[in-house]
Design a protein around this ligand. Structure first.
Ligand code: 4AD
Ligand code: MG
Length: 468
Protein backbone atom coordinates (compact mmCIF):
# COMPACT_ATOMS: atom_id res chain seq x y z
CA UNK A 1 0.00 0.00 0.00
CA UNK A 2 2.89 2.33 0.74
CA UNK A 3 4.25 2.46 -2.78
CA UNK A 4 1.08 3.87 -4.32
CA UNK A 5 0.46 7.59 -3.79
CA UNK A 6 -3.05 8.66 -2.84
CA UNK A 7 -5.11 10.30 -5.57
CA UNK A 8 -8.09 12.51 -4.77
CA UNK A 9 -11.46 11.22 -5.94
CA UNK A 10 -11.96 14.25 -8.17
CA UNK A 11 -8.79 13.32 -10.08
CA UNK A 12 -9.46 9.60 -10.04
CA UNK A 13 -12.75 10.15 -11.81
CA UNK A 14 -10.86 11.84 -14.64
CA UNK A 15 -8.05 9.24 -14.75
CA UNK A 16 -7.39 6.58 -17.37
CA UNK A 17 -8.29 3.01 -16.46
CA UNK A 18 -5.49 0.46 -16.26
CA UNK A 19 -3.43 1.60 -13.27
CA UNK A 20 -3.10 0.78 -9.63
CA UNK A 21 -4.45 3.60 -7.44
CA UNK A 22 -4.99 4.48 -3.81
CA UNK A 23 -8.16 6.27 -2.73
CA UNK A 24 -8.90 7.51 0.77
CA UNK A 25 -12.19 8.83 2.05
CA UNK A 26 -15.43 8.30 3.92
CA UNK A 27 -17.98 5.67 3.00
CA UNK A 28 -21.20 7.17 1.72
CA UNK A 29 -23.01 3.92 1.10
CA UNK A 30 -22.31 0.22 0.89
CA UNK A 31 -24.57 -2.16 -0.93
CA UNK A 32 -24.11 -5.52 -2.50
CA UNK A 33 -25.17 -9.04 -3.04
CA UNK A 34 -23.71 -12.34 -1.95
CA UNK A 35 -20.39 -12.19 -3.68
CA UNK A 36 -19.69 -8.50 -4.32
CA UNK A 37 -19.97 -5.28 -2.34
CA UNK A 38 -20.12 -1.81 -3.86
CA UNK A 39 -18.82 1.04 -1.77
CA UNK A 40 -19.42 4.67 -2.71
CA UNK A 41 -16.40 6.57 -1.39
CA UNK A 42 -16.17 10.34 -1.06
CA UNK A 43 -13.24 12.47 0.08
CA UNK A 44 -14.77 15.93 -0.18
CA UNK A 45 -12.88 16.88 -3.34
CA UNK A 46 -16.03 16.57 -5.45
CA UNK A 47 -19.73 15.89 -5.12
CA UNK A 48 -19.15 12.63 -7.00
CA UNK A 49 -18.15 9.36 -5.37
CA UNK A 50 -15.73 6.75 -6.63
CA UNK A 51 -17.20 3.29 -6.69
CA UNK A 52 -15.16 0.56 -4.99
CA UNK A 53 -15.92 -2.99 -6.07
CA UNK A 54 -15.08 -5.55 -3.39
CA UNK A 55 -14.85 -9.28 -3.98
CA UNK A 56 -16.22 -10.37 -0.63
CA UNK A 57 -14.45 -13.72 -0.68
CA UNK A 58 -11.07 -11.96 -0.76
CA UNK A 59 -11.57 -9.99 2.51
CA UNK A 60 -12.26 -11.00 6.13
CA UNK A 61 -15.91 -10.75 7.06
CA UNK A 62 -15.15 -8.71 10.22
CA UNK A 63 -13.42 -6.06 8.15
CA UNK A 64 -16.28 -5.78 5.67
CA UNK A 65 -18.79 -5.57 8.51
CA UNK A 66 -17.02 -2.50 9.84
CA UNK A 67 -17.20 -0.68 6.53
CA UNK A 68 -20.43 1.18 7.18
CA UNK A 69 -21.72 4.60 6.18
CA UNK A 70 -19.39 7.25 7.59
CA UNK A 71 -16.41 4.93 8.17
CA UNK A 72 -13.03 6.13 6.91
CA UNK A 73 -11.02 3.81 4.70
CA UNK A 74 -8.12 3.66 2.27
CA UNK A 75 -8.42 1.40 -0.75
CA UNK A 76 -5.70 0.23 -3.09
CA UNK A 77 -6.78 -1.43 -6.28
CA UNK A 78 -7.03 -1.44 -10.04
CA UNK A 79 -8.73 1.48 -11.68
CA UNK A 80 -10.94 -0.14 -14.30
CA UNK A 81 -13.61 0.98 -16.71
CA UNK A 82 -16.95 0.74 -14.99
CA UNK A 83 -19.52 -1.68 -16.29
CA UNK A 84 -22.40 0.01 -14.50
CA UNK A 85 -23.79 3.29 -15.68
CA UNK A 86 -23.19 6.51 -13.80
CA UNK A 87 -19.41 6.45 -13.65
CA UNK A 88 -16.58 6.01 -16.15
CA UNK A 89 -14.17 4.27 -13.80
CA UNK A 90 -14.25 2.33 -10.57
CA UNK A 91 -11.71 0.63 -8.30
CA UNK A 92 -11.42 -3.10 -7.98
CA UNK A 93 -10.19 -3.38 -4.39
CA UNK A 94 -6.98 -5.30 -3.67
CA UNK A 95 -6.42 -4.14 -0.13
CA UNK A 96 -8.49 -2.07 2.27
CA UNK A 97 -7.27 -0.25 5.35
CA UNK A 98 -9.85 0.79 7.91
CA UNK A 99 -8.82 4.11 9.46
CA UNK A 100 -11.88 4.80 11.53
CA UNK A 101 -15.06 2.91 12.25
CA UNK A 102 -18.40 4.67 12.41
CA UNK A 103 -21.03 3.22 14.71
CA UNK A 104 -24.22 3.14 12.60
CA UNK A 105 -26.37 3.34 15.70
CA UNK A 106 -24.83 6.62 16.85
CA UNK A 107 -23.69 8.37 13.65
CA UNK A 108 -25.90 11.49 13.62
CA UNK A 109 -26.17 11.81 9.84
CA UNK A 110 -26.77 8.18 9.09
CA UNK A 111 -30.30 8.50 7.77
CA UNK A 112 -30.99 9.31 4.17
CA UNK A 113 -33.64 11.98 4.18
CA UNK A 114 -32.68 14.28 6.99
CA UNK A 115 -34.00 17.82 7.14
CA UNK A 116 -31.95 20.99 7.05
CA UNK A 117 -33.39 21.87 10.46
CA UNK A 118 -32.08 18.65 11.93
CA UNK A 119 -28.68 19.14 10.29
CA UNK A 120 -28.36 22.53 12.00
CA UNK A 121 -28.49 20.72 15.33
CA UNK A 122 -25.53 18.57 14.26
CA UNK A 123 -23.64 21.25 12.38
CA UNK A 124 -20.34 19.73 13.53
CA UNK A 125 -21.06 16.74 11.28
CA UNK A 126 -23.15 18.24 8.51
CA UNK A 127 -20.14 19.08 6.33
CA UNK A 128 -19.99 15.35 5.61
CA UNK A 129 -23.26 15.46 3.71
CA UNK A 130 -23.46 15.94 -0.05
CA UNK A 131 -25.42 19.14 0.40
CA UNK A 132 -22.96 20.88 2.69
CA UNK A 133 -19.99 19.58 0.75
CA UNK A 134 -21.48 21.23 -2.34
CA UNK A 135 -22.35 24.49 -0.57
CA UNK A 136 -18.95 24.83 1.07
CA UNK A 137 -17.03 24.07 -2.10
CA UNK A 138 -19.08 26.76 -3.85
CA UNK A 139 -18.39 29.14 -0.95
CA UNK A 140 -14.68 28.52 -1.36
CA UNK A 141 -14.78 29.08 -5.12
CA UNK A 142 -16.74 32.30 -4.67
CA UNK A 143 -14.18 33.66 -2.19
CA UNK A 144 -11.46 33.01 -4.71
CA UNK A 145 -13.50 34.54 -7.54
CA UNK A 146 -14.01 37.72 -5.50
CA UNK A 147 -10.30 38.18 -4.87
CA UNK A 148 -9.55 37.42 -8.49
CA UNK A 149 -12.14 39.89 -9.77
CA UNK A 150 -10.70 42.80 -7.82
CA UNK A 151 -7.11 41.74 -8.31
CA UNK A 152 -7.65 41.84 -12.07
CA UNK A 153 -9.08 45.33 -11.78
CA UNK A 154 -6.14 46.59 -9.75
CA UNK A 155 -8.03 47.05 -6.48
CA UNK A 156 -6.00 46.82 -3.27
CA UNK A 157 -7.19 44.27 -0.71
CA UNK A 158 -7.37 46.29 2.50
CA UNK A 159 -7.74 44.70 5.93
CA UNK A 160 -9.91 46.88 8.14
CA UNK A 161 -10.15 46.37 11.91
CA UNK A 162 -12.65 44.02 13.49
CA UNK A 163 -12.48 45.78 16.84
CA UNK A 164 -13.47 49.41 16.44
CA UNK A 165 -14.60 52.54 18.25
CA UNK A 166 -17.00 53.70 15.51
CA UNK A 167 -20.49 52.66 14.46
CA UNK A 168 -20.44 52.88 10.67
CA UNK A 169 -24.11 52.29 10.01
CA UNK A 170 -25.17 54.24 13.11
CA UNK A 171 -27.85 51.71 13.83
CA UNK A 172 -26.61 50.81 17.29
CA UNK A 173 -26.41 47.11 16.62
CA UNK A 174 -22.90 46.54 17.91
CA UNK A 175 -21.47 43.79 20.08
CA UNK A 176 -19.38 45.38 22.79
CA UNK A 177 -15.82 44.18 23.36
CA UNK A 178 -14.56 44.56 26.91
CA UNK A 179 -12.18 43.09 29.45
CA UNK A 180 -13.93 44.86 32.34
CA UNK A 181 -14.85 42.40 35.08
CA UNK A 182 -18.58 41.96 34.60
CA UNK A 183 -18.94 40.08 37.88
CA UNK A 184 -18.09 43.30 39.75
CA UNK A 185 -19.95 46.63 39.85
CA UNK A 186 -18.80 48.66 36.82
CA UNK A 187 -16.42 51.59 37.46
CA UNK A 188 -18.11 54.96 36.99
CA UNK A 189 -16.89 58.43 36.04
CA UNK A 190 -17.74 61.50 38.12
CA UNK A 191 -20.62 62.15 35.70
CA UNK A 192 -22.00 58.68 36.40
CA UNK A 193 -21.13 57.10 33.02
CA UNK A 194 -19.22 53.83 32.78
CA UNK A 195 -15.50 54.55 33.14
CA UNK A 196 -13.68 52.73 30.33
CA UNK A 197 -10.23 54.08 31.22
CA UNK A 198 -9.42 50.75 32.88
CA UNK A 199 -10.78 48.70 29.97
CA UNK A 200 -8.34 46.96 27.60
CA UNK A 201 -8.32 49.77 25.01
CA UNK A 202 -8.99 52.56 27.49
CA UNK A 203 -12.23 53.34 25.67
CA UNK A 204 -15.50 51.72 24.69
CA UNK A 205 -15.04 49.37 21.73
CA UNK A 206 -17.17 47.01 19.68
CA UNK A 207 -17.02 44.46 16.89
CA UNK A 208 -17.33 46.19 13.53
CA UNK A 209 -20.63 46.30 11.62
CA UNK A 210 -18.80 47.36 8.43
CA UNK A 211 -15.27 48.17 7.29
CA UNK A 212 -16.50 51.02 5.09
CA UNK A 213 -15.28 54.05 7.03
CA UNK A 214 -11.75 52.68 7.22
CA UNK A 215 -12.18 51.55 3.60
CA UNK A 216 -12.79 55.18 2.64
CA UNK A 217 -9.46 56.09 4.22
CA UNK A 218 -7.90 53.49 1.93
CA UNK A 219 -9.73 54.57 -1.22
CA UNK A 220 -8.82 58.22 -0.75
CA UNK A 221 -5.17 57.18 -0.67
CA UNK A 222 -4.82 54.06 -2.80
CA UNK A 223 -7.61 54.83 -5.27
CA UNK A 224 -9.55 51.58 -5.30
CA UNK A 225 -9.72 49.12 -2.44
CA UNK A 226 -11.89 46.30 -1.23
CA UNK A 227 -12.35 44.59 2.09
CA UNK A 228 -13.48 41.02 2.58
CA UNK A 229 -13.98 39.97 6.15
CA UNK A 230 -16.37 39.15 8.94
CA UNK A 231 -18.79 41.78 10.25
CA UNK A 232 -21.03 41.58 13.28
CA UNK A 233 -24.53 42.80 13.96
CA UNK A 234 -26.43 42.41 17.19
CA UNK A 235 -29.77 42.88 15.47
CA UNK A 236 -32.39 40.58 16.85
CA UNK A 237 -33.55 39.47 13.42
CA UNK A 238 -34.56 35.86 13.40
CA UNK A 239 -35.04 35.58 9.65
CA UNK A 240 -33.70 33.23 6.97
CA UNK A 241 -31.59 36.14 5.64
CA UNK A 242 -29.87 37.51 8.77
CA UNK A 243 -26.79 36.39 10.63
CA UNK A 244 -25.18 38.01 13.65
CA UNK A 245 -21.76 37.23 12.13
CA UNK A 246 -21.56 37.46 8.36
CA UNK A 247 -18.89 38.13 5.77
CA UNK A 248 -18.98 41.25 3.69
CA UNK A 249 -17.12 42.43 0.60
CA UNK A 250 -16.81 46.22 0.52
CA UNK A 251 -15.20 47.88 -2.49
CA UNK A 252 -14.57 51.61 -2.18
CA UNK A 253 -13.48 53.70 -5.18
CA UNK A 254 -12.15 57.22 -5.55
CA UNK A 255 -13.62 59.18 -8.50
CA UNK A 256 -16.63 56.86 -8.92
CA UNK A 257 -20.05 58.48 -8.94
CA UNK A 258 -23.28 56.62 -8.22
CA UNK A 259 -23.61 55.43 -11.83
CA UNK A 260 -20.05 54.06 -11.89
CA UNK A 261 -20.88 52.39 -8.59
CA UNK A 262 -24.00 50.73 -10.02
CA UNK A 263 -22.11 49.60 -13.09
CA UNK A 264 -19.42 47.99 -10.95
CA UNK A 265 -21.95 46.28 -8.69
CA UNK A 266 -23.83 44.81 -11.64
CA UNK A 267 -20.69 43.63 -13.41
CA UNK A 268 -19.29 42.21 -10.16
CA UNK A 269 -22.33 40.05 -9.38
CA UNK A 270 -22.66 38.85 -12.96
CA UNK A 271 -18.99 37.89 -13.05
CA UNK A 272 -19.32 35.95 -9.80
CA UNK A 273 -22.39 34.07 -11.00
CA UNK A 274 -20.65 33.26 -14.27
CA UNK A 275 -17.60 32.05 -12.35
CA UNK A 276 -19.83 29.78 -10.30
CA UNK A 277 -21.44 28.26 -13.40
CA UNK A 278 -18.05 27.78 -15.05
CA UNK A 279 -16.28 26.33 -12.03
CA UNK A 280 -18.88 24.75 -9.74
CA UNK A 281 -21.21 23.17 -12.26
CA UNK A 282 -21.34 19.70 -10.63
CA UNK A 283 -22.17 21.11 -7.23
CA UNK A 284 -24.77 23.55 -8.56
CA UNK A 285 -26.34 20.83 -10.68
CA UNK A 286 -26.59 18.63 -7.60
CA UNK A 287 -28.34 21.39 -5.64
CA UNK A 288 -30.55 22.18 -8.63
CA UNK A 289 -31.70 18.58 -8.92
CA UNK A 290 -32.13 18.00 -5.22
CA UNK A 291 -33.74 21.22 -3.99
CA UNK A 292 -34.37 23.88 -6.56
CA UNK A 293 -35.11 22.84 -10.17
CA UNK A 294 -34.99 26.45 -11.35
CA UNK A 295 -31.59 27.24 -9.88
CA UNK A 296 -29.48 26.81 -13.01
CA UNK A 297 -31.99 28.73 -15.08
CA UNK A 298 -32.07 31.56 -12.55
CA UNK A 299 -28.28 31.82 -12.50
CA UNK A 300 -28.03 31.82 -16.27
CA UNK A 301 -30.83 34.36 -16.40
CA UNK A 302 -28.99 36.86 -14.23
CA UNK A 303 -25.88 36.81 -16.39
CA UNK A 304 -27.87 37.68 -19.49
CA UNK A 305 -30.18 40.28 -17.95
CA UNK A 306 -29.73 44.00 -17.64
CA UNK A 307 -30.64 44.99 -14.08
CA UNK A 308 -33.49 47.47 -13.78
CA UNK A 309 -32.46 50.86 -12.40
CA UNK A 310 -35.26 52.51 -10.53
CA UNK A 311 -35.70 55.58 -8.34
CA UNK A 312 -37.12 54.90 -4.89
CA UNK A 313 -39.93 57.36 -5.63
CA UNK A 314 -40.89 55.34 -8.73
CA UNK A 315 -40.69 52.15 -6.69
CA UNK A 316 -43.14 53.54 -4.15
CA UNK A 317 -45.54 54.46 -6.97
CA UNK A 318 -45.41 50.90 -8.31
CA UNK A 319 -46.10 49.47 -4.85
CA UNK A 320 -48.98 51.90 -4.26
CA UNK A 321 -50.49 50.89 -7.58
CA UNK A 322 -50.14 47.25 -6.63
CA UNK A 323 -52.02 47.90 -3.41
CA UNK A 324 -54.71 49.78 -5.33
CA UNK A 325 -55.03 46.70 -7.54
CA UNK A 326 -55.52 44.37 -4.62
CA UNK A 327 -52.02 43.26 -3.56
CA UNK A 328 -51.80 42.88 0.23
CA UNK A 329 -48.63 43.72 2.14
CA UNK A 330 -48.06 43.22 5.84
CA UNK A 331 -46.25 46.57 6.21
CA UNK A 332 -47.50 49.98 5.01
CA UNK A 333 -46.17 51.72 1.87
CA UNK A 334 -45.71 55.49 1.62
CA UNK A 335 -42.96 57.84 0.50
CA UNK A 336 -40.32 57.88 3.24
CA UNK A 337 -40.85 54.34 4.48
CA UNK A 338 -37.95 51.88 4.70
CA UNK A 339 -38.89 49.10 2.32
CA UNK A 340 -39.52 45.66 3.77
CA UNK A 341 -38.40 42.46 2.18
CA UNK A 342 -41.97 41.81 0.93
CA UNK A 343 -41.88 45.12 -0.98
CA UNK A 344 -38.46 44.49 -2.45
CA UNK A 345 -39.50 41.05 -3.54
CA UNK A 346 -42.68 42.34 -5.13
CA UNK A 347 -40.67 44.72 -7.30
CA UNK A 348 -38.13 42.08 -8.27
CA UNK A 349 -40.18 38.92 -8.55
CA UNK A 350 -43.64 40.14 -9.54
CA UNK A 351 -43.27 43.48 -11.24
CA UNK A 352 -39.96 43.40 -13.13
CA UNK A 353 -38.98 39.75 -12.83
CA UNK A 354 -35.33 40.66 -12.78
CA UNK A 355 -32.80 42.22 -10.41
CA UNK A 356 -33.48 45.84 -9.54
CA UNK A 357 -31.07 48.56 -8.43
CA UNK A 358 -33.06 51.01 -6.37
CA UNK A 359 -31.58 54.51 -5.96
CA UNK A 360 -32.46 57.92 -4.57
CA UNK A 361 -33.68 56.84 -1.14
CA UNK A 362 -35.05 59.31 1.41
CA UNK A 363 -32.08 60.55 3.42
CA UNK A 364 -33.80 59.92 6.74
CA UNK A 365 -33.74 56.14 6.34
CA UNK A 366 -30.11 55.96 5.20
CA UNK A 367 -26.71 56.37 6.87
CA UNK A 368 -25.01 59.72 7.56
CA UNK A 369 -22.20 59.34 5.02
CA UNK A 370 -24.34 59.23 1.85
CA UNK A 371 -24.19 62.01 -0.72
CA UNK A 372 -27.13 64.34 -0.38
CA UNK A 373 -29.09 65.23 -3.50
CA UNK A 374 -29.83 68.84 -4.45
CA UNK A 375 -33.49 68.42 -3.47
CA UNK A 376 -32.49 68.08 0.21
CA UNK A 377 -34.72 65.04 0.59
CA UNK A 378 -32.94 62.11 -1.01
CA UNK A 379 -29.44 60.63 -1.02
CA UNK A 380 -27.41 58.80 -3.67
CA UNK A 381 -27.94 55.42 -2.12
CA UNK A 382 -28.30 52.22 -4.09
CA UNK A 383 -29.59 48.84 -3.01
CA UNK A 384 -29.34 45.89 -5.36
CA UNK A 385 -32.42 43.71 -4.95
CA UNK A 386 -32.46 40.07 -6.01
CA UNK A 387 -35.10 37.44 -6.60
CA UNK A 388 -35.78 35.25 -3.52
CA UNK A 389 -33.39 37.29 -1.42
CA UNK A 390 -34.26 40.97 -1.48
CA UNK A 391 -31.31 43.21 -0.69
CA UNK A 392 -28.01 41.63 -1.67
CA UNK A 393 -25.95 44.83 -1.94
CA UNK A 394 -26.19 48.17 -0.16
CA UNK A 395 -24.05 51.13 -1.18
CA UNK A 396 -23.88 54.78 -2.12
CA UNK A 397 -21.93 57.67 -3.45
CA UNK A 398 -20.36 59.28 -0.38
CA UNK A 399 -20.86 62.86 0.75
CA UNK A 400 -17.63 64.56 -0.31
CA UNK A 401 -18.44 68.03 1.03
CA UNK A 402 -16.98 68.71 4.48
CA UNK A 403 -19.76 71.18 5.35
CA UNK A 404 -22.59 68.88 4.35
CA UNK A 405 -21.09 65.89 6.11
CA UNK A 406 -20.51 67.82 9.31
CA UNK A 407 -24.03 69.25 9.18
CA UNK A 408 -25.51 65.78 8.78
CA UNK A 409 -23.50 64.37 11.69
CA UNK A 410 -24.71 67.23 13.88
CA UNK A 411 -28.29 66.88 12.65
CA UNK A 412 -28.31 63.20 13.59
CA UNK A 413 -26.89 63.96 17.03
CA UNK A 414 -23.92 61.65 16.41
CA UNK A 415 -20.83 61.85 18.56
CA UNK A 416 -18.04 63.50 16.56
CA UNK A 417 -15.43 62.39 19.05
CA UNK A 418 -14.89 59.01 17.40
CA UNK A 419 -15.24 60.34 13.84
CA UNK A 420 -12.67 63.13 13.52
CA UNK A 421 -10.30 60.78 11.69
CA UNK A 422 -13.07 60.01 9.19
CA UNK A 423 -13.94 63.68 8.67
CA UNK A 424 -10.25 64.29 7.86
CA UNK A 425 -10.83 62.59 4.48
CA UNK A 426 -13.11 65.55 3.61
CA UNK A 427 -10.78 68.10 5.19
CA UNK A 428 -7.69 67.07 3.31
CA UNK A 429 -7.98 66.51 -0.42
CA UNK A 430 -11.60 65.42 -0.43
CA UNK A 431 -12.69 63.63 -3.60
CA UNK A 432 -15.88 62.21 -5.06
CA UNK A 433 -16.03 58.53 -4.20
CA UNK A 434 -18.42 55.62 -3.90
CA UNK A 435 -18.64 52.10 -2.62
CA UNK A 436 -20.92 49.26 -1.65
CA UNK A 437 -21.16 46.18 0.50
CA UNK A 438 -22.09 42.73 -0.77
CA UNK A 439 -23.25 40.28 1.88
CA UNK A 440 -21.25 37.15 1.11
CA UNK A 441 -23.87 34.78 2.52
CA UNK A 442 -26.67 36.57 0.65
CA UNK A 443 -24.69 35.99 -2.55
CA UNK A 444 -24.31 32.34 -1.58
CA UNK A 445 -28.05 32.03 -0.95
CA UNK A 446 -28.54 33.10 -4.53
CA UNK A 447 -25.82 30.93 -6.05
CA UNK A 448 -26.67 27.75 -4.12
CA UNK A 449 -30.45 28.19 -4.05
CA UNK A 450 -30.46 27.37 -0.32
CA UNK A 451 -33.41 28.97 1.42
CA UNK A 452 -31.88 29.69 4.84
CA UNK A 453 -28.73 31.74 5.41
CA UNK A 454 -27.78 29.42 8.28
CA UNK A 455 -27.05 26.78 5.66
CA UNK A 456 -24.46 28.66 3.61
CA UNK A 457 -21.96 29.33 6.43
CA UNK A 458 -20.26 26.50 8.32
CA UNK A 459 -20.98 27.80 11.82
CA UNK A 460 -23.92 30.23 11.87
CA UNK A 461 -24.28 32.79 14.65
CA UNK A 462 -27.85 33.88 15.25
CA UNK A 463 -29.78 35.08 18.31
CA UNK A 464 -29.38 32.49 21.10
CA UNK A 465 -27.05 30.38 18.99
CA UNK A 466 -23.24 30.43 19.12
CA UNK A 467 -22.33 26.77 19.23
CA UNK A 468 -18.81 25.53 18.42
O1 4AD B 1 -26.71 47.60 3.65
P1 4AD B 1 -25.61 47.40 4.63
O2 4AD B 1 -25.92 47.57 6.07
O3 4AD B 1 -24.45 48.40 4.17
C1 4AD B 1 -23.28 48.61 4.79
O4 4AD B 1 -22.87 48.01 5.77
C2 4AD B 1 -22.42 49.59 4.07
N1 4AD B 1 -21.41 50.08 5.02
C3 4AD B 1 -21.82 48.95 2.85
C4 4AD B 1 -20.94 49.87 2.06
O5 4AD B 1 -21.47 50.77 1.43
N2 4AD B 1 -19.65 49.66 2.09
O6 4AD B 1 -24.99 45.94 4.44
C5 4AD B 1 -24.47 45.57 3.19
C6 4AD B 1 -24.93 44.17 2.82
C7 4AD B 1 -26.44 44.04 2.70
O7 4AD B 1 -26.88 44.45 1.44
C8 4AD B 1 -26.62 42.55 2.90
O8 4AD B 1 -26.30 41.83 1.72
C9 4AD B 1 -25.56 42.23 3.92
O9 4AD B 1 -24.59 43.26 3.86
N3 4AD B 1 -26.09 42.16 5.28
C10 4AD B 1 -26.29 41.02 5.97
N4 4AD B 1 -26.08 39.75 5.63
C11 4AD B 1 -26.38 38.80 6.55
N5 4AD B 1 -26.86 39.08 7.78
C12 4AD B 1 -27.08 40.35 8.17
N6 4AD B 1 -27.53 40.60 9.41
C13 4AD B 1 -26.79 41.39 7.23
N7 4AD B 1 -26.87 42.74 7.27
C14 4AD B 1 -26.45 43.18 6.09
MG1 MG C 1 -28.70 47.99 3.57
Amino acid sequence: MDTVVRTKVKDLLKSEAGQVVLAKGWVRTKRGNKGVAFIALNDGSTINNIQIVVDKTAFPEELLAKITTGACIGVTGDLVESLGGGQAVEIQAKSIELYGECDPMRYPIQKKDITMEYLRTVAHMRMRTNTFGAVLRIRNQMAFAIHQYFHNKGFVYLNTPLITESDCEGAGQMFQVTTLDLTQPLPKTKKGDIDYSGDFFGKQTSLTVSGQLEGELGATALGEIYTFGPTFRAENSNTPRHLAEFWMIEPEMAFYDIVDNMNLAEDFIKSLVKYALDNCYDDIKFLNDKYDPELLERLQGVIGTEFVRLEYTEGIKILEEAIANGTKFEYPVYWGVDLQSEHERYLVEKHFQKPVILTGYPKDIKAFYMKQDENGKTVRAMDVLFPKIGEIIGGSEREASLEKLEARITELGMSRKNLEWYIDTRRFGSCPHSGFGLGFERLLLFVTGMSNIRDVIPFPRTPKNAEY
